[in-house]
Design a protein around this ligand. Structure first.
Ligand SMILES: C[S@@+](CC[C@H](N)C(=O)[O-])C[C@H]1O[C@@H](n2cnc3c(N)ncnc32)[C@H](O)[C@@H]1O
Length: 221
């Protein structure tokens, strides 16, 4: 059930409700908890997914039986651990991170969690490096979580390199509340939404900053 207030954006979750739901539905194992704490331990920005979003990402990948996944924006490897955990045997994640310190911490965290064999960290700018991944595709899923002003480019790459039925998932799709603004970043994010809607069966899930999720329905032109 929804009502007018919740449709208009009002949230009923208090900190206590969020804490209860997290404790009940997604207690994290030790490796994931360590991965979540890694940015704070290493003096990095604490801008990783929340635990519920991490679990949702893993569930979506498992539901779609994703084997080959690309992530843009590794940070310390928290979301990468959720993705790697959802992969079937033989599955692989390529995760792209341009900050050398972040990539180094992520390598340590992902190795400690036991996922080193199924994750390749690409230490480069996503725009520069994405085309080098084309030959490893088609991919089953692409997760965008970096460099919001270029989501339109990343969305086009995903359209060209996902299999039909593949998943495109993008965090911060409300652009921290600036989605409807006049900045180049906002315009790029709106292009991303509009192009995604043309080729994907898609929805923007109203998480605190919007999580766009779509299944590729039409081949790239
Ligand atoms: C929001 S964080 C990623 C969080 C991570 N997905 C998680 O949930 O654990 C964004 C990361 O993307 C990196 N980044 C920013 N611009 C990038 C680019 N153009 N190419 C690759 N990585 C980039 C940043 O250094 C940062 O570590």
């Amino acid at each position: 059930m929804a009502d007018q207030s919740s449709r208009a954006g009002e949230r009923y979750a208090s900190a206590q409700i969020l804490e209860y739901a997290a404790r009940t539905h997604h207690p994290e194992d030790r490796a994931l908890a360590r991965a979540f704490e890694a940015p704070a331990r290493h003096g990095m920005p604490e801008i990783q997914l929340g635990p519920a979003e991490g679990r949702l990402l893993g569930l979506l990948l498992r539901l779609s039986q994703a084997r080959k996944v690309v992530e843009i924006g590794t940070l310390a490897g928290y979301s990468a651990c959720w993705i790697a955990r959802a992969l079937p045997p033989g599955g692989h994640l390529w995760t792209i991170e341009s900050n050398p310190k972040h990539a180094g911490v992520a390598a340590e965290v992902i190795g400690e969690a036991g996922f080193g064999d199924r994750v390749t960290i690409i230490r480069d700018d996503a725009v520069a490096v994405l085309s080098k991944l084309n030959d490893s595709g088609p991919f089953c899923a692409v997760f965008l979580d970096a460099d919001k002003g270029r989501y339109d480019l990343y969305g086009r790459w995903a359209l060209e390199n996902l299999r039909l039925g593949g998943l495109l998932i993008a965090d911060n799709a409300y652009l921290f509340g600036r989605l409807l603004g006049d900045s180049d970043e906002a315009k790029a994010m709106r292009r991303f939404h509009e192009e995604m809607a043309l080729h994907f069966d898609s929805v923007c899930v109203p998480t605190p900053d919007g999580l766009a999720v779509g299944v590729k329905m039409t081949p790239a032109a």
